[in-house]
Design a protein around this ligand. Structure first.
Ligand code: FAD
Length: 279
């Protein structure tokens, strides 16, 4: 049975009553549970379809950051002047216009795939995930929310309500997705690097994340700190690149092989370091 909730409150009540599969755009749920041709997908247990809930579709900013309702469609992210350019760069490379028309940002986060294309961007923006249930609101950093491929710390009575990207300043960013054919290109790997330099060229902040090269998105604050020091002292980056190489542990799958993913990730990292003025 698929529940079509009247409104947001009804959704929270229904999630409290029983364990339900949440369906937003359904572009991941339907593929994961696909059935033989001509038959409806086999979702375990009952589900709740939140696609039509306007309460979850919004983008607004305040001093705590950029608030994106979980039901906001990928297409709406591209059309909003409030969305930061690095997030737009990632969404532009995602799927086809038809999938972006129904797929949501909450679905990309809830799916928790290491190849989810919005995720590296959300990691560099120190994103907070806001969950709600009839018991109240819970806020959790994306680093703690996603625990492995397809695994999150969401409780069955909770819904992802909103995603908050922190406000950060940057003077340069580099985003690259290595995929296959554009319209069905799930990432072989992806890379995002952001840096912020002052008017004298001193780098004040540097952030890096890799997608699809480990069980979760790879972001390491300690290596970013070391990279920041090296960028400002013109030290060689070889040791840092070596350390990142330990963190990048991709798998072989139908989209690519581990060796290619590793070499490609490190070469994107080197390009970013050069862009930020390092050697
Ligand atoms: C042809 C094709 C191409 C694709 N290409 C890409 C691509 O290039 N890059 C990419 O990253 N992805 C891609 N995807 C995957 C998918 O489109 C995205 O992950 C999309 O963002 C999922 O959103 P959705 O609303 O459809 O999620 P759904 O399928 O509805 O849900 C996905 C998961 O999130 C959970 N969920 C959804 N909303 C909530 C919520 N508010 N609270 C709690 N849990 C929730 C669901 O229960 C489910 O586990 C592709 C899919 C297809 C079919």
């Amino acid at each position: 049975m698929v529940i079509l909730p009247k409104d947001y409150k009804h959704t929270l009540d229904a999630l409290q009553d029983e364990k339900l599969t949440i369906i937003a755009g359904g572009t991941d749920v339907m593929v994961k549970n696909r059935n033989w041709s001509g038959l409806i997908p086999r979702v375990e247990g009952n589900s709740i379809n939140i696609f039509q809930l306007n309460e979850l579709s919004y983008i607004r900013e305040d001093e705590s950051g950029l608030h994106i309702g979980a039901g906001t469609k990928l297409e709406e992210l591209l059309n909003s002047p409030l969305i930061f350019e690095p997030l737009k760069a990632a969404v532009r490379e995602m799927a086809s216009p038809a999938i972006r028309h129904v797929g949501t940002i909450g679905g990309n986060v809830g799916n928790a795939s290491p190849a989810g294309d919005t995720l590296p961007i959300l990691y560099v923006y120190d994103t907070v995930i806001v969950l709600e249930s009839v018991e109240g609101i819970r806020e959790i950093s994306i680093f703690e929310f996603i625990t492995g491929p397809g695994k999150t710390t969401r409780k069955s009575n909770e819904i992802i309500k909103e995603i908050i990207l922190k406000n950060i300043d940057y003077t340069g960013f580099y985003y690259e997705k290595v995929g296959g054919r554009r319209s069905d290109a799930i990432s072989k790997l992806s890379f995002v690097g952001l840096y912020n330099a002052d008017e004298k060229g001193t780098i004040k902040d540097v952030r890096i994340a890799f997608g699809a090269v480990y069980k979760t998105i790879v972001r390491n604050h300690e290596l970013e700190r070391q990279l920041l020091q090296s960028l400002n002292s013109e030290k060689s980056m070889e040791d840092i690149i070596d350390e990142y190489s330990q963190l990048i542990q991709p798998i072989d799958d139908q989209r690519s092989n581990a060796n290619y993913r590793k070499n490609c990730s490190l070469s994107l990292l080197k390009s970013f370091i050069q862009m930020a003025g390092g050697n």
